[in-house]
Design a protein around this ligand. Structure first.
Ligand code: ATP
Length: 355
């Protein structure tokens, strides 16, 4: 069992707190992604799981065992660094087998393990090649080979694709996910790239300023963001926010924007009159002549099958992803409609979702 549990973990560096009390569980075999902007505390959290950093308070459990004070080497976890230095004077076989040699394993056993790892990564034809001549993607695969050859309880990866160009990244995203499906080891993966996170994760934690803003399945986080930060961080273009002033009660199923009553999912919280925002993703905006909520088109960007249409409303600007062949003119006055279940309502003060 390689369930990883992080319990009330805080990490301060002097007066600065990088991780402000995180609690989450990664189930055995899950591909878990920590997603967030630079400096939000992802790497620090990962380093605490690895045993490279001691939490200021809280506990880390591996397979139910408290490993908070265990050394990194005693945790049976493989850490794949961004700039994984391969040994340039060794060939692929020796690079992958090196961790086993360090453990004192015998030659025949090392060969078997290396060949198995190379097969999983589809680099078995490269085993006797020097690493110096390999292309970027193959180098990453050798680095991964060196991590999986030990068959650790879990993998930790810190932006492992950070240095690759877009084409290789897309390829490696698919390969990493496939590799995970084949070996099924618990994986913790750190990235600031939402597309990478959405493509690979079973579960995502979105972090901001040392706090986990939301933890859940990719679709859950995308469809029902818990905060405006999460709504804005995921999606391209991100979720739109239409600002309005009003008060709401728990159980309400609509909100009042100046000229229009808009149906929303049932609200779970009450708010005294204040600044609120209606959240809607660009792909869920519909143009509808009869809709009371209106706006003026001020720009279009063609993307082949769709177009992004920018619309100014009395509640702020909004972007709609519409079919590319829908005729839309700059300066045109349009009605805007949304399916109620696609909407979110946020308290702008706290940034939290009320529905
Ligand atoms: P990045 O993608 O840029 O690495 P991150 O989300 O992984 O960002 P961390 O590396 O965890 O962020 O850093 C979180 C914050 O803690 C940053 O403000 C960083 O400067 C600070 N920090 C990290 N390590 C130390 C340290 N050893 N001493 C002081 N401050 C640190």
């Amino acid at each position: 069992m390689a369930e990883i549990r992080v319990e009330n973990v805080r990490k301060s560096f002097g007066a600065f707190t990088a991780v402000k009390g995180s609690t989450f569980t990664i189930n055995d075999g899950e591909f878990f992604v920590m997603l967030g902007p630079s400096g939000c505390g992802k790497t620090t959290t990962l380093r605490m799981i690895a045993g490279l950093e001691l939490p200021t308070s809280g506990r880390i459990l591996l397979g139910g065992e408290d490993v908070t004070f265990n050394r990194a080497a005693a945790r049976d976890i493989a850490f794949v660094f961004q700039l994984f230095a391969l040994y340039p004077h060794m060939n692929v076989r020796k690079n992958i087998g090196f961790p086993l040699k360090c453990q004192g394993m015998g030659g025949a056993e090392i060969d078997r393990a290396v060949e198995e790892a190379a097969r999983l990564l589809r680099i078995d034809h490269l085993l006797d090649r020097p690493v110096s001549g390999l292309a970027g993607g193959d180098r990453q695969r050798v680095a991964l080979g060196r991590a999986i050859v030990r068959r650790p309880k879990a993998f930790l990866m810190d932006e492992p694709l950070g240095t690759l160009d877009t084409e290789f990244r897309d390829l490696m995203v698919r390969e990493l996910r496939e590799l995970h499906n084949r070996i099924g080891a618990t994986t913790v993966y750190v990235t600031h790239d939402q597309l990478e996170a959405m493509a690979m994760a079973d579960k995502i934690a979105v972090m901001n300023h040392g706090v986990i803003e939301q933890f859940g399945r990719p679709q859950e986080i995308y469809d029902r963001p818990a905060t405006m930060f999460v709504a804005d961080f995921l999606g391209s273009p991100p979720m739109n926010f239409l600002s309005f002033h009003g008060g709401v009660r728990s159980g309400d199923r609509s909100v009042r924007l100046a000229s229009a009553e808009i149906a929303v999912p049932e609200l779970h919280e009450e708010r005294a009159p204040g600044d609120l925002a209606l959240g809607i993703r660009p792909e869920h905006v519909r143009l509808d002549d009869r809709a009371p909520l209106r706006g003026t088109v001020f720009g279009t960007e063609y993307l082949g099958t769709t177009q992004i249409v920018a619309i100014e409303t009395a509640h702020g600007p909004l972007k709609a992803r519409l079919p590319a062949d829908l005729p839309v003119e700059t300066g045109e006055n349009v009605g805007l409609s949304f399916r109620s279940e696609r909407l979110s309502v946020f308290d702008k003060g706290s940034g939290r979702a009320l529905a």
